[in-house]
Design a protein. Sequence first.
Length: 187
Amino acid sequence: MHILILGAPGSGKGTQGKILAERLGLPKITTGDLLRTAMTGGTPLGLDAKKYYDEGKLVPDSIILGMIKDELARPEAKDGAILDGFPRTAAQAELVDRTLAERGQRLNHILLLDVTEEELLRRLRSRARVEGRTDDSPEAVATRLQVYQRDTAPLIAHYAQRGIVHRVPGTGTVDEIAGEIKRIIGR
Ligand code: ADP
Protein backbone atom coordinates (compact mmCIF):
# COMPACT_ATOMS: atom_id res chain seq x y z
CA MET A 1 0.00 0.00 0.00
CA HIS A 2 1.45 3.34 -1.05
CA ILE A 3 -0.01 6.43 0.54
CA LEU A 4 0.90 10.00 -0.31
CA ILE A 5 0.47 12.74 2.24
CA LEU A 6 -0.02 16.02 0.48
CA GLY A 7 -0.42 19.48 1.94
CA ALA A 8 1.09 22.92 2.21
CA PRO A 9 4.14 23.61 4.39
CA GLY A 10 2.96 23.49 8.00
CA SER A 11 -0.06 21.33 7.26
CA GLY A 12 1.18 18.48 9.44
CA LYS A 13 2.40 16.00 6.80
CA GLY A 14 5.39 14.91 8.87
CA THR A 15 3.40 14.41 12.07
CA GLN A 16 0.56 12.47 10.50
CA GLY A 17 2.89 10.55 8.19
CA LYS A 18 4.86 9.29 11.16
CA ILE A 19 1.75 8.11 13.02
CA LEU A 20 0.42 6.40 9.91
CA ALA A 21 3.72 4.73 9.04
CA GLU A 22 4.02 3.34 12.56
CA ARG A 23 0.45 2.10 12.63
CA LEU A 24 0.68 0.37 9.25
CA GLY A 25 4.27 -0.81 9.74
CA LEU A 26 5.37 0.88 6.54
CA PRO A 27 8.51 2.96 5.95
CA LYS A 28 8.06 6.70 5.56
CA ILE A 29 10.04 8.33 2.79
CA THR A 30 10.51 12.04 3.42
CA THR A 31 12.43 14.01 0.80
CA GLY A 32 12.78 17.04 3.10
CA ASP A 33 14.49 14.90 5.79
CA LEU A 34 16.74 13.26 3.19
CA LEU A 35 17.78 16.70 1.97
CA ARG A 36 18.39 17.98 5.51
CA THR A 37 20.57 14.93 6.23
CA ALA A 38 22.50 15.48 2.99
CA MET A 39 23.01 19.16 3.81
CA THR A 40 24.18 18.47 7.36
CA GLY A 41 26.52 15.79 6.07
CA GLY A 42 27.88 18.16 3.43
CA THR A 43 27.45 15.62 0.63
CA PRO A 44 27.63 16.88 -2.98
CA LEU A 45 23.86 16.47 -3.26
CA GLY A 46 23.37 18.43 -0.04
CA LEU A 47 25.64 21.24 -1.22
CA ASP A 48 23.76 21.46 -4.54
CA ALA A 49 20.39 21.49 -2.81
CA LYS A 50 21.16 24.01 -0.08
CA LYS A 51 20.79 27.27 -1.99
CA TYR A 52 17.33 26.29 -3.24
CA TYR A 53 16.26 24.87 0.09
CA ASP A 54 17.31 27.91 2.13
CA GLU A 55 15.33 30.23 -0.15
CA GLY A 56 12.23 28.05 0.11
CA LYS A 57 12.41 27.06 -3.54
CA LEU A 58 11.98 23.54 -4.82
CA VAL A 59 15.21 21.65 -5.24
CA PRO A 60 15.40 21.00 -9.02
CA ASP A 61 14.07 17.74 -10.38
CA SER A 62 17.53 17.01 -11.81
CA ILE A 63 18.62 16.47 -8.19
CA ILE A 64 15.42 15.02 -6.72
CA LEU A 65 14.38 12.45 -9.32
CA GLY A 66 17.37 10.17 -8.72
CA MET A 67 16.82 10.39 -4.99
CA ILE A 68 13.17 9.36 -5.33
CA LYS A 69 14.09 6.47 -7.60
CA ASP A 70 16.66 5.17 -5.10
CA GLU A 71 14.26 5.46 -2.18
CA LEU A 72 11.41 3.66 -3.92
CA ALA A 73 13.83 0.89 -4.91
CA ARG A 74 14.81 0.13 -1.31
CA PRO A 75 13.79 -3.37 -0.20
CA GLU A 76 11.87 -1.98 2.81
CA ALA A 77 9.61 -0.06 0.44
CA LYS A 78 8.85 -3.08 -1.71
CA ASP A 79 5.33 -3.62 -0.38
CA GLY A 80 4.47 -0.03 0.32
CA ALA A 81 5.46 3.25 1.87
CA ILE A 82 4.18 6.53 3.16
CA LEU A 83 5.37 9.29 0.85
CA ASP A 84 5.88 12.60 2.64
CA GLY A 85 7.02 15.65 0.67
CA PHE A 86 6.98 14.10 -2.78
CA PRO A 87 5.88 13.99 -5.50
CA ARG A 88 5.82 17.77 -5.56
CA THR A 89 6.05 18.44 -9.30
CA ALA A 90 4.49 16.90 -12.40
CA ALA A 91 7.81 15.23 -13.33
CA GLN A 92 8.10 13.69 -9.86
CA ALA A 93 4.50 12.44 -10.04
CA GLU A 94 5.24 10.88 -13.40
CA LEU A 95 8.32 9.11 -12.02
CA VAL A 96 6.42 7.76 -9.00
CA ASP A 97 3.51 6.58 -11.15
CA ARG A 98 5.84 4.91 -13.64
CA THR A 99 8.08 3.28 -11.02
CA LEU A 100 5.12 1.80 -9.15
CA ALA A 101 3.39 0.71 -12.36
CA GLU A 102 6.51 -1.21 -13.41
CA ARG A 103 6.09 -3.24 -10.21
CA GLY A 104 2.36 -3.72 -10.68
CA GLN A 105 1.67 -1.22 -7.90
CA ARG A 106 0.09 2.20 -7.69
CA LEU A 107 -0.62 4.99 -5.24
CA ASN A 108 -3.60 3.77 -3.26
CA HIS A 109 -4.54 6.90 -1.35
CA ILE A 110 -3.69 10.58 -1.41
CA LEU A 111 -4.43 12.30 1.88
CA LEU A 112 -4.74 16.02 1.39
CA LEU A 113 -4.26 17.90 4.65
CA ASP A 114 -6.41 20.98 4.43
CA VAL A 115 -5.36 23.94 6.58
CA THR A 116 -6.12 27.64 6.07
CA GLU A 117 -3.25 29.91 5.07
CA GLU A 118 -3.70 31.88 8.28
CA GLU A 119 -3.21 28.75 10.40
CA LEU A 120 -0.23 27.63 8.27
CA LEU A 121 1.51 30.94 8.87
CA ARG A 122 0.80 30.76 12.60
CA ARG A 123 2.26 27.23 12.84
CA LEU A 124 5.32 28.01 10.73
CA ARG A 125 6.09 31.10 12.79
CA SER A 126 5.94 29.19 16.04
CA ARG A 127 7.95 26.29 14.58
CA ALA A 128 10.62 28.75 13.43
CA ARG A 129 11.09 29.80 17.04
CA VAL A 130 11.42 26.20 18.26
CA GLU A 131 13.32 24.42 15.48
CA GLY A 132 15.15 27.21 13.71
CA ARG A 133 15.05 25.52 10.31
CA THR A 134 17.03 27.53 7.75
CA ASP A 135 13.96 27.74 5.49
CA ASP A 136 11.64 29.13 8.16
CA SER A 137 12.64 32.79 7.60
CA PRO A 138 9.61 34.96 6.65
CA GLU A 139 10.86 35.29 3.05
CA ALA A 140 11.45 31.56 2.60
CA VAL A 141 8.09 30.72 4.18
CA ALA A 142 6.31 33.07 1.75
CA THR A 143 8.14 31.42 -1.16
CA ARG A 144 7.31 27.91 0.08
CA LEU A 145 3.60 28.74 0.27
CA GLN A 146 3.65 30.23 -3.25
CA VAL A 147 5.59 27.29 -4.66
CA TYR A 148 3.09 24.87 -3.11
CA GLN A 149 0.19 26.65 -4.80
CA ARG A 150 1.94 26.92 -8.14
CA ASP A 151 3.77 23.59 -8.51
CA THR A 152 2.28 21.09 -6.08
CA ALA A 153 -1.42 21.92 -5.68
CA PRO A 154 -2.04 21.10 -9.40
CA LEU A 155 -1.16 17.47 -8.61
CA ILE A 156 -4.44 17.26 -6.69
CA ALA A 157 -6.39 17.50 -9.95
CA HIS A 158 -4.12 14.91 -11.57
CA TYR A 159 -4.86 12.37 -8.83
CA ALA A 160 -8.48 13.40 -8.30
CA GLN A 161 -9.25 12.01 -11.76
CA ARG A 162 -8.40 8.59 -10.37
CA GLY A 163 -10.71 9.08 -7.41
CA ILE A 164 -8.01 8.52 -4.80
CA VAL A 165 -7.82 11.95 -3.20
CA HIS A 166 -9.25 12.31 0.30
CA ARG A 167 -9.49 15.76 1.80
CA VAL A 168 -8.65 15.68 5.51
CA PRO A 169 -9.47 18.71 7.66
CA GLY A 170 -6.05 19.53 9.05
CA THR A 171 -7.22 21.54 12.04
CA GLY A 172 -8.08 19.77 15.25
CA THR A 173 -5.89 17.81 17.61
CA VAL A 174 -3.20 15.49 16.25
CA ASP A 175 -5.26 12.52 17.52
CA GLU A 176 -8.46 13.71 15.88
CA ILE A 177 -6.74 14.09 12.54
CA ALA A 178 -5.06 10.69 12.88
CA GLY A 179 -8.47 9.18 13.70
CA GLU A 180 -9.99 10.73 10.61
CA ILE A 181 -7.18 9.31 8.46
CA LYS A 182 -7.75 5.87 9.96
CA ARG A 183 -11.45 6.10 9.15
CA ILE A 184 -10.71 7.19 5.56
CA ILE A 185 -8.29 4.43 4.68
CA GLY A 186 -10.17 1.84 6.68
CA ARG A 187 -7.25 0.60 8.76
P1 ADP B 1 7.60 21.85 4.04
O1 ADP B 1 6.50 21.01 3.46
O2 ADP B 1 7.26 22.43 5.37
O3 ADP B 1 8.11 22.90 3.09
P2 ADP B 1 9.67 19.80 3.62
O4 ADP B 1 10.66 19.29 4.61
O5 ADP B 1 8.77 18.84 2.96
O6 ADP B 1 8.84 20.91 4.41
O7 ADP B 1 10.47 20.60 2.48
C1 ADP B 1 11.42 21.57 2.76
C2 ADP B 1 12.18 21.97 1.51
O8 ADP B 1 12.89 20.85 1.00
C3 ADP B 1 11.36 22.49 0.33
O9 ADP B 1 11.07 23.87 0.44
C4 ADP B 1 12.30 22.19 -0.83
O10 ADP B 1 13.35 23.13 -0.90
C5 ADP B 1 12.92 20.88 -0.42
N1 ADP B 1 12.16 19.70 -0.92
C6 ADP B 1 11.60 18.73 -0.14
N2 ADP B 1 11.01 17.80 -0.90
C7 ADP B 1 11.19 18.19 -2.19
C8 ADP B 1 10.80 17.66 -3.44
N3 ADP B 1 10.10 16.52 -3.53
N4 ADP B 1 11.15 18.34 -4.57
C9 ADP B 1 11.86 19.47 -4.49
N5 ADP B 1 12.25 20.03 -3.35
C10 ADP B 1 11.93 19.40 -2.20
